[in-house]
Design a protein around this ligand. Structure first.
Ligand code: G3P
Length: 217
């Protein structure tokens, strides 16, 4: 299972990278705005800064909603750095753009996916990654994890190569449940990854080992 961090915050990306288990980064226009990164040139530079920190894939989202605009933006984005994956929304022109990029060998991440049907379309169009937003489904009292299970089932039926990138992961249990369900990738905040570390018996056990060591030395 790949671990991506879902942020545009360079300090958090550095911290996750230093842990040694980071496989990539996802961003979106809201995450960029949260870091105060505005204006096309600053946003493009920020993508390069992220690529310089991590070794894996970095999703960069197009803003256009028409086919021609998405293609123009996507080609500009992939020219920035070899690690860039073009993030395309699940809309009609987005599906056409996924197919275009796929035919050209350009890697894509289909975002804003909330149903199995959308995930099926993304796979048919040749998306590299599909991003079902599990947290936002939970927010509206719908089982986000069930969507991961359903997409896994459908993709396995036909051996689709599109990777399931569980997105809108909010906490550590989401990460664990996505791993159990066979998501290929998860993207979440640093806290969702660091939460995997924690167990009170580890802390208690370590304190006792250290105390016993001190007794004998
Ligand atoms: O990767 C998608 C993600 O950025 C959305 O997360 O927490 O805003 O629903 P969230």
């Amino acid at each position: 299972m790949k671990f991506f961090i879902d942020t545009a915050n360079l300090d958090q990306i550095r911290e996750a990278q230093a842990l040694g288990v980071l496989d990539g980064v996802t961003t979106n226009p809201s995450l960029m705005a949260k870091e105060g990164i505005t204006g096309r040139n600053n946003i493009l530079k920020h993508y390069v800064d992220i690529c310089d920190i991590v070794e894996g894939d970095v999703s960069a989202e197009v803003i256009s909603t028409d086919f021609e605009g998405m293609i123009k933006e996507g080609e500009e984005l992939v020219d920035l750095h070899e690690q860039i994956v073009v993030k395309v929304p699940m809309i009609k022109d987005g599906v056409k753009a996924l197919k275009y990029f796929s035919d050209k060998g350009i890697r894509t991440n289909c975002t804003l996916v909330f149903s199995v049907g959308q995930a099926l379309l993304a796979a048919k169009a040749g998306a590299t990654y599909v991003s079902p937003f599990i947290g936002r489904l939970d927010d509206i009292s719908t089982d986000g994890l069930n969507l991961i299970a359903e997409i896994r089932h459908v993709y396995d039926n036909y051996a689709f190569e599109t990777q399931i990138l569980a997105a809108s992961v909010r906490h550590t249990m989401h990460v664990i449940d996505c791993a159990k369900l066979g998501a290929d990738v998860m993207t979440g905040p640093l806290s969702s990854i660091e939460g995997l570390l924690k167990h009170p018996l580890t802390d208690i056990g370590l304190a006792k080992f250290l105390a016993d060591y001190k007794k004998g030395n």
